[in-house]
Write a protein that binds this ligand. Structure first.
Ligand code: G
Ligand code: G
Ligand code: MN
Ligand code: NA
Length: 253
């Protein structure tokens, strides 16, 4: 496959860039974190979305190396924000294949050390299906990291086939409410009820919540009134390159 060969070259040539999408605290209005989003910038300048290359990277196993490059860039950036006086955590997406490697814990620890980022400023995002299918693996990888303060978030929450008893036993800190529920808030009769259930469950478990894909003030008001912790979405900003994100932090009210 052409694309697979190109993906291999891209790994060798470090063609991935990391963008950052801010997360805003609903109570304080402050930017309290960002999600790191991978971008593949081809030599011809064309930008390829992770939706296109992450599945191929998963299949070929290249996602392990790509994920390391993204995580290192994300941690270095978060360290730079900290040095500028901003208290923001960085969340990095970790794919199922990365959890298959026996040494993910060691990899994360060495990236934290190299980048100088305090462990409590890092959050890992895993999908709901990963959490439910491999709970022991997730728990084993996270145990040493969590004792240092690194957070674990469950991404796209509400879309998978949740086994609630497994979910409550896993060491999660954050539920990320999938964008589909937020964008359906006004159109779909069920979406408000689903979001309310997720928020109630998070409160019972003592977890924080991030609403994804917040695009309008009406959506933000709904979520804020019902106790959602943080918002992420185009209402605030799309993902930004490191320098632009730093500008965004400086200019944020
Ligand atoms: O920004 P958006 O198009 O950036 O991202 C599309 C999807 O790709 C999202 O579901 C996001 O979770 C995933 N994604 C973005 N960056 C990464 C990454 O570095 N690793 C993995 N595994 N997934 C990512
Ligand atoms: O982790 P993951 O699926 O959820 O990452 C975020 C994805 O959602 C990325 O593709 C990002 O570009 C996209 N995204 C982020 N904010 C918004 C938004 O407000 N609206 C829409 N439609 N997409 C968004
Ligand atoms: Mn994510
Ligand atoms: Na998501």
């Amino acid at each position: 496959y052409m694309l697979e060969a190109e993906l291999r070259d891209a790994v060798a040539n470090h063609e991935f860039k990391t963008h950052f999408q801010p997360k805003v605290d609903f109570q304080t209005g402050k930017v309290v974190g960002a999600e790191a989003l991978a971008r593949w910038i081809r030599p011809n300048g064309k930008i390829i979305s992770p939706n296109t290359f992450i599945p191929l990277a998963e299949e070929t196993g290249l996602v392990t190396q790509i994920g390391e490059q993204i995580m290192e860039a994300a941690c270095r950036s978060a360290r730079a924000w900290m040095d500028e006086g901003f208290e923001a955590t960085v969340a990095v997406n970790v794919s199922p294949r990365q959890f298959q490697a026996t040494d993910l814990t060691e990899t994360v620890l060495s990236i934290l050390k190299r980048s100088g980022l305090p462990p409590h400023r890092l959050e890992l995002e895993i999908t709901e299906s990963m959490a439910v299918s491999e709970p022991e693996k997730v728990a084993r990888v996270m145990r040493p990291l969590r004792s240092l303060g690194t957070k674990l978030a469950i991404d796209d929450f509400g879309t998978g086939h949740s086994n609630l008893s497994i979910l409550t036993q896993l060491p999660f800190d954050v539920f990320k409410i999938d964008r589909q529920f937020v964008s359906a808030l006004e159109a779909d009769q069920q979406a408000p009820a689903i979001i309310e259930m997720i928020l109630a469950m998070a409160e019972t478990l003592g977890l924080k919540t991030v609403a994804e894909g917040v695009e309008t003030e009406r959506q933000a008001d709904f979520l804020r009134r019902r106790g959602c912790t943080m918002a992420q979405g185009f209402l605030y900003s799309a993902g930004l390159p490191h320098d632009s994100f730093l500008e965004f932090l400086r200019n944020w009210k």
